[in-house]
Design a protein around this ligand. Structure first.
Ligand code: PGA
Length: 249
């Protein structure tokens, strides 16, 4: 069975109370899922340590939403990849369009962060995606494959054990309720996957993100080359995240 990874991106939402409710619910959901489906929760970093404790006997993994490219130093307010690893994170989302837009993150910075994540044995979830203008002017595939080329770890930093994911998240689909057509998702995932194979010689899993809901999850998750989903808004409700996870079956 092809592995599917269902990742919750809580962004800057929630509270200790909601975190505990969602974590316990994800643990219950994971216990009834077949082995080829994995759940990953990416909360605000302050909750990671408690979640590691809560999930110590569970297959649910946790991840950060960002990390610094340096491993330590005078970077007030930032968090390093080794620190995420230290509190039990296995994954880290990098280059999300909200970070690219609101914090001016460039492909080069995303690449440096992904290399820092590799050094800490974290699995990066490297996000790429086109704007509506790019899509409407027919440039989506070129823009996205260029982001892929420039954002993934450099070849010299990759070893046979290096593991990372690519998340295709069209910017216009995030939080908007709009998604690309199935054909557009399939062709973009194929283009990303081919680009990654040409660069690395590996089959790097490509997941989809942007307005994934219980209603559209089954169709998206069963498209060719879709190895999972990155879920924002719908991951903040127990029922909708469970329904999306079950839609991967
Ligand atoms: P959304 O967010 O599911 O709320 O559209 C996805 C994301 O930003 O990762």
């Amino acid at each position: 069975m092809e592995k599917k990874t269902i990742i919750a991106n809580w962004k800057m939402n929630g509270s200790g109370v909601l975190m505990r409710e969602l974590t316990l619910a994800a643990e219950r959901t994971a216990n009834s899922l077949p082995e080829h489906i994995s759940l990953v929760l990416c909360p605000p970093a302050v909750y990671l340590q408690e979640m590691t404790h809560m999930l110590r006997n569970s297959p649910v993994a946790i991840g950060g939403q960002n990390c610094h490219a340096e491993l330590s130093g005078a970077f007030t307010g930032d968090i390093s990849a080794p620190m995420l690893s230290d509190v039990g994170a296995k994954y880290v989302i990098l280059g999300h369009s909200e970070r690219r837009q609101q914090h001016g993150e460039t492909n080069e910075q995303v690449r440096a962060k992904a290399e820092a994540a590799l050094k800490s044995s974290l699995i990066s979830v490297i996000c790429v995606g086109e704007s509506l203008v790019d899509r409407e002017s027919g440039k989506a595939v070129d823009v996205v494959t260029e982001q892929v080329r420039a954002s993934i770890p450099s070849l010299k930093s990759l070893t046979p054990d290096s593991h990372f994911l690519l998340a295709y998240e069209p910017i216009w689909a995030i939080g908007s309720g709009q998604i690309p057509s199935e054909a557009e998702i399939v062709s973009m995932h194929a283009a990303i996957s081919d680009t990654l194979f040409a660069l690395t010689g590996k089959q790097v899993p490509v997941i989809y993100g942007g307005s994934v809901t219980p209603e559209n999850a089954h169709a998206i998750l069963h498209l060719s080359k879709v190895c999972g989903v990155l879920v924002g808004g719908a991951s903040l409700k127990v029922e909708s995240f469970a329904a999306i996870a079950n839609a991967a079956i």
